[in-house]
Design a protein around this ligand. Structure first.
Ligand SMILES: C[S@@+](CC[C@H](N)C(=O)[O-])C[C@H]1O[C@@H](n2cnc3c(N)ncnc32)[C@H](O)[C@@H]1O
Length: 282
């Protein structure tokens, strides 16, 4: 009983000290309870597609790195169907997974005290391709499947969802990005969502895992940069994921300087029609 009351006390202190409004915690709770309710995935697909359309593309690929049981793929399919109708764009979903769960951890920065070989084993990856059209799953370690993808893929990648958990696996993909860039397979700016930037209590921090792979990528590649959004009151578009989104800048991309901005010569000129931009369109 003493144990129980102690835990209740800790819980109350945590709730009182929680820095975000409790409605955010509620939204997060709902996304954990209903595995295909991921508002951040929806806006990520929408904003990525909007950028692609503005740049003149009518078809993009969205990548999920780490598929496990397929909840992420199912979520992406659910949302992409809506976005395809609204923005008149075709969206293909491409997943990567070993099918046998996490591979062996190679480095201490993989957090071997937290992740272990075989976590998230899924024997049914093929079913996802059968169940959904325009879904392709590359099964196997990305160390051996990425080349096939890089050589065969023809469409621009609009969004990359990183959920490989391990530093070494994340780095494997990041090390291929310069090849995707050379083959002109990236948008000039590609949204990247990193799922594993949140586990402070498991010692996942900026010295290991995805953050370390990102930092090394930014040091190693001169013309490719992963930039992190500023946390600002103007940034309202990505519920639950503000701290987890980076933009992959492909600085040599042919479209990098193509104008897709929202201002014009009359902006802030005092003319009434320019005073308000619609939150629905912006
Ligand atoms: C957390 S799970 C993915 C969960 C999924 N994104 C979702 O939202 O339901 C991580 C997955 O990454 C996969 N993975 C990790 N390293 C990999 C690698 N080097 N090659 C292929 N898959 C890998 C594992 O097999 C595991 O299924």
């Amino acid at each position: 009983m003493e144990n129980f009351f102690y835990k209740i006390k800790l819980l109350i202190l945590r709730i009182l000290g929680y820095e975000k409004p409790l409605r955010v915690a509620l939204l997060k709770y709902l996304s954990l309870k209903f595995t295909t309710f991921r508002p951040h995935y929806e806006t990520l697909i929408y904003e990525s597609s909007k950028n692609a359309v503005k740049l003149g593309y009518d078809e993009i690929n969205i990548i999920e790195l780490g598929v496990a049981g397929g909840d992420g793929i199912k979520t992406l399919v659910k949302y992409k169907k809506k976005v395809e109708k609204i923005l008149k764009i075709k969206i293909n979903i491409i997943g990567f997974d070993t099918g046998t769960g996490l591979p062996d951890t190679t480095y201490k920065q993989d957090l071997p005290f937290f992740w272990k070989k075989g976590d998230y084993t899924n024997q049914n990856l093929n079913n996802l391709e059968k169940e959904f059209i325009n879904v392709k799953i590359y099964q196997g370690n990305i160390s051996s499947t990425l080349d096939e993808f890089v050589n065969n893929n023809k469409k621009k990648i609009g969004l990359i969802i990183f959920d490989l958990d391990l530093y070494s696996s994340t780095k494997l993909f990041l090390n291929k990005i310069h090849e995707l860039s050379k083959k002109n397979l990236l948008l000039p700016r590609t949204f990247c969502y990193f799922d594993d930037l949140f586990l402070a209590d498991y010692c996942l921090d900026d010295s290991n895992g995805e953050p370390l792979a990102i930092r090394e990528f930014n040091t190693e590649f001169k013309d490719l940069k992963l930039g992190k959004f500023f946390d600002h009151i103007n940034d309202f578009k990505f519920p639950l994921a503000k701290g987890q989104i980076y933009t992959l800048h492909d600085l040599n991309n042919v479209d990098y300087e193509k104008y897709i901005g929202i201002y014009n010569s009359e902006s802030l000129s005092g003319k009434k029609k320019d005073k308000f931009r619609s939150l629905l369109d912006d």
